[in-house]
Design a binder for this molecule. Structure first.
Ligand code: 5AD
Ligand code: SF4
Ligand code: FES
Length: 339
């Protein structure tokens, strides 16, 4: 059995480790959800291919570049482009072209992170050469059997793990993470997840609580009460804290899923050891169509409003915002492969 420490003491210990290693400054990334079309059918996700109730959208290249420009001018040192998983030459070239256009005005001062799923090595390499330098790809769980129960048979845990290794070879800062509170997941699984981050020498962590989505096979049978939300939030925060205690110098995001459960969820993530926030910069017209889980915050808000709101929230807990810098993972540079 793994002992279950007092939450307050756990968060305080993690906050102390964070303060000593990465400071009390929050690195910001503007999160742009460039499309919700997905070739995959993960059992937990609201935009899975099989969810016919989703209105699908894809933002065009000019609109993506304009949003990136807005983020750059607004002081975001870094941009995250996320979408459902797509593959093929047309998609690879589309992203490649956008990266080159963003790199033209942002240069190396503007960090570009991709979160576009599993791809082959050639694609990862082309995107890296076109200007992306970080990649987020969650392993979802380090337990292969649990992974199999959450995905259709043609989704492979090994392939996902191998993608993380390929990304490292291609020179990216590599981010991964898991969902906490999945059906059938044990505390031992979560402890093993942290072991996976260590073993794979991960630079950035983005993880959050699993939130059942009623339009998905996994989520539709799961009842929902305010007490469940509180328990899921606490588990997510505990995972952040435990990860910070083990991995001192990585970037850890306070995921939006925390805020879906409680209005101040992300601030609580920062106080439990996270040091990155990813405010949504997607146009309000598309936000409601990108719901991986229900309860997503800021659906009616625009990018300017969220920027100001997040800054106030960060100040309210006595931390500062790292505007205008890339905010790279210190861990990546300590490894000696940084550039
Ligand atoms: N609850 C919480 N997180 C989810 N994700 C997808 N569906 C859900 C959900 N129902 C997360 C997955 C994925 C990331 C983009 O969103 O971890 O990797
Ligand atoms: Fe697609 Fe990602 Fe959702 Fe899976 S989790 S269905 S790959 S968007
Ligand atoms: Fe979007 Fe507060 S973060 S309105």
């Amino acid at each position: 059995m793994i002992a279950w420490p007092d939450a307050k003491a756990l968060f305080a210990a993690a906050y102390e480790v964070k303060t000593r290693n990465v400071g009390r400054r929050v690195s910001m990334r503007g999160l742009l959800e460039i499309g919700n079309v997905c070739e995959k059918n993960c059992h937990y996700c609201g935009i899975r291919r099989g969810n016919a109730e989703v209105r699908r959208y894809s933002i065009g290249a000019d609109e993506i570049v304009a949003a990136a420009r807005w983020a750059y001018d607004a002081g975001y040192g870094s941009l995250v482009m996320q979408s459902g998983e797509l593959s093929g030459e047309a998609h690879t070239a589309f992203i490649e072209g956008i990266l080159r256009r963003i790199h033209e005005f942002g240069g190396d001062d503007f960090g570009i992170t991709l979160s576009l799923g599993e791809q082959d090595e050639e694609t990862y390499r082309r995107w890296r050469e076109a200007g992306a330098h970080r990649y987020l790809l969650r392993i979802e769980t380090s337990n292969r059997e649990l992974y199999a129960s959450l995905h259709p048979a043609d989704h492979s845990w090994e392939r996902r793990r191998d993608c993380l290794r390929t990304l490292r070879r291609c020179g990216y800062q590599v981010g991964t993470g898991v969902m906490a509170g999945l059906p059938g997941q044990t505390v031992e699984d979560l402890a093993a997840d942290i072991g996976f981050f260590v073993a794979e020498d991960i630079d950035m962590i983005g993880m959050g609580p699993y939130i059942p989505h009623p339009q998905t096979p996994l989520g539709k049978g799961i009842p929902w009460t305010p007490a469940d939300a509180a328990a899921r939030l606490e588990l997510g925060l505990r995972m952040i804290a435990a990860t910070r205690l083990r991995l001192h110098d990585v970037n850890i995001a306070a995921a939006t899923a925390l805020q879906a459960l409680e209005p101040d969820g992300r601030e609580r993530g920062l106080l439990a050891g996270a040091n990155v926030m990813m405010p949504n910069i997607t146009d309000a017209a598309h936000r409601a169509d990108y719901q991986l889980y229900p309860g997503k915050p800021c659906l009616g808000e625009n990018a300017t409003l969220c920027r100001g709101c997040v800054e106030e929230r960060i100040k309210s807990i006595g931390e500062e915002v790292n505007w205008g810098v890339r905010g790279d993972s210190p861990h990546f540079f300590k490894r000696g492969t940084g550039q």
